[in-house]
Design a protein around this ligand. Structure first.
Ligand code: NAD
Length: 216
């Protein structure tokens, strides 16, 4: 497949290109904060860049009319409204976390709602490398929204080169349950991006989560 990459020189951009190269896909359009180049029209565009580039990304998708996979975090409800709008013209897959493991964890978390009552204290902690710009992580917000009970705040740690750890603790008197997911490398996310790229051209126009793609 011929693909475009927005944020190509970033940590995720490089990791995506490495995996896509290995699988025989060709980068034909790339963009970052300083450079934009196209050698052929891409069949899909992948955006792992920065929230401030979001409107530019939409303009590019509008102009090229190609499906979009977007993993950039920090998007708000206003941005989602715009994604819904553009997804009337092309398929869009969005997720704050393209790891298969995290998406399995969201299913376990939903199940926890059946068992956890008011006797439990619930805490969410996310840990990421020191360069991560948004806080709390998009994934931590996603996990918080699944839990039926009130979780007052998300604890965020920025530590060294940690790829990403999310932990939810459910504690009552006498015992504690911990659900933890840890990404060992960026491959945790890039495998999900590759899976999405393989499936996106078979989708009707619309806005899809990575989990919907995974469960197909
Ligand atoms: P990074 O800082 O290493 O890279 C950011 C990239 O965006 C750079 O290449 C930079 O040049 C580019 N950029 C900045 N302004 C731009 C503009 N105006 N137009 C185009 N490109 C621009 O960050 P990273 O670790 O690679 O992460 C990128 C994004 O992906 C972040 O939002 C991060 O939170 C998110 N992320 C999402 C997932 C997921 O599974 N959804 C996983 C990891 C990271």
């Amino acid at each position: 497949m011929k693909y475009g990459l927005i944020g190509y020189s970033g940590k995720m951009g490089k990791a995506i290109k490495e995996l896509f190269d290995k699988n025989g896909h060709k980068l034909v359009y790339w963009k970052d904060s300083e450079k934009e180049e196209e050698i052929e029209k891409p069949e899909i565009i992948i955006d792992f860049s920065i929230k401030s580039a979001f409107l530019e990304t939409l303009r590019i998708i509008e102009e090229k009319e190609v499906p979009l996979i977007i993993g950039t975090t920090g998007l708000d409800e206003n941005d989602f409204e715009k994604l819904r709008e553009i997804s009337k013209k092309v398929p869009v897959i969005q997720s704050f976390n393209f790891s298969i493991g995290i998406n399995i964890m969201t299913e376990l978390l939903k199940k926890m709602n059946d068992f956890i009552d008011d006797s439990y204290d619930i805490e969410i902690t996310e840990t990421h490398h020191r360069f991560k710009k948004d806080k709390p992580s998009g994934t931590a917000i996603l996990l918080k929204n699944i839990i039926d009970k009130e979780v007052e705040e998300i604890h965020s740690k920025r530590l060294g080169s940690e790829f990403g750890e999310h932990e939810i603790e459910f504690a009552t008197t006498g015992e504690i349950i911990k659900l933890t997911h840890r990404a060992y490398s960026r491959e945790a996310f890039t495998k999900g991006v590759l899976l999405s790229a393989k499936r996106i051209n078979n989708l009707e126009n619309g806005l899809y989560t990575f989990k919907e793609i995974l469960m197909r």
